[in-house]
Design a protein. Sequence first.
Length: 164
Amino acid sequence: MMTEYVVMHVLRLHREMPRYQEAQATREWLRRPIVRPDQRRIGFLGLGLMAKAPALVLKSLGFPVSAWTRNPKSEPEIPIFHGPDQLEPFLRQTDIAVCLLPLTRETEGILCARTFAMMPRGGMVINIGRGRHVVDADLIAALDLGSALLRCARRAASGAFAAG
């Protein structure tokens, strides 16, 4: 079930469904260029048991997939960044970040203003992990400053920032 859940939310954001839902609600006909999977970089924060399967499925669909882990890890099919020094290079090359980290002292608040600023403009976040990974005030501020897609995802989430 976790694999389908993660893949569903990545595809939802990849295909800009929140933006289309908002346009539909206002009876607006929206035409958007289609971004091919090979043009949208997916990054997993954490690559444990719950993250590996969806990462491989997304890779099989043509998405460039990478992961960041707290400690060095070997995974032949997925490029791995690790440790605090490699978090910024990882996020700079991630369009959709999927957080599946365990909640620890080191990971609490990891999704914050500092890390959101590391992502490319229009970057998207799917937090599947614990709520305390996200600093809510920083997420709201990033959404307010971010792309229309993220603002749309924020409204669609109705305050429950599970995705976007």
